[in-house]
Design a protein around this ligand. Sequence first.
Ligand SMILES: [Mn+2]
Length: 399
Amino acid sequence: MYKLFTHNDLDGVSCGIVARLAFGDKVDVRYNSVMGLDHQVERFLESDKKHKDVHMLITDLSVNEKNAKGLNDYVKEGGKVDLIDHHKTAIHLNDYSWGHVTVEYEDGRLASATSLLYEFLVEKDLLKPSGALEEYVELVRQYDIWEWEKNENIKAKQLNDLFFMVSLDEFEEKMVARLQDADHFEYDDFEEKLLEMEEDKIERYIRRKKRELVQTFIGDYCTGIVHAESYHSELGSELGKEHSHLDYITILNMGGRKISFRTIHDNVDVSAVAGQFGGGGHAKAAGCSMNEESYELYVKAAFTIEPLRQDFTKNHYNIKNSVDGSLYVNREEEDFFIYEKKHHQWVVERNGQALSSVFPSFEEAERYIKRNYSAWLTRDEHFVDYLKKYVSNDKKREA
Ligand SMILES: [Mn+2]
């Protein structure tokens, strides 16, 4: 008999699916949150100690110091345990005979728990490799370690969408049945339709959230803050790309009292931001529970800020990086005119007065006014009025 403790996200549940394919009803699968595992392991060590016929597998999660010692003692007494993980923070468990932690394969690809468990079971002849299963495992791996975005592997993202549309048990059951004896992994027509609808729904949701984003400085970082309960990955990436002058995106979930941080920039580490408030995570995606301090900064102080406006995109004349200059405005109805005075010398005029800083590129000038004045590219009509006003002023000056 096998007992599998695994994570409750797509990678973790796919470990459950792989284990089910290998062991059928001879495995008892438990899905846990990151916080929940240690409690489960503790209970197992206390109660099931004598059941030496149980082979324990832990995937996509790691145990604390106390449980690591407990498991090690259990193994010394003849218990069977294998912990298979791919998180950097679990590397030290490789010191134990039962710890199998691989972050990166020899060819440089990042591992996922599912890919590691799959290979582990195939190597031990406990699972028969198949085309469909191999494809499925690769989709999970690409999704879990964010490789799908770079590869534009939509099928991997869709797998995660589907995962969230049905219950854990239903997903497990569906996938086990599908992977059992197929050459390729495919979605059926109904799922394709569902995924299409989901895509539309996410698009509408993001469009709405774009109009609610507020901008502020917290510490040295300029962040965009939005309230949202769902689609954090999609939101973080869309808002981050659209407002690339923001260092990171903050997503507030008031009901769950949680804060998520996302960034698209390599020079920003949001796990450090989350760490200041007792949270953690990865460099590009992290989070924390909401405490008094983070509430004051991200919720209360941001409440009175007006949402950020998007650049006007339907212009013919007022366009970015143009030889005629580009005009921006802000909520205070100030004008910001960016133009190239000399080669690599970009000037910003604020209400007709040049700022003292000069910028080496259009992008840097724009970034400066977006970060410091929350300005957006204004519409053509205003641009034409602005040019008329200042061109006629120049003429008066000449006369
Ligand atoms: Mn994982």
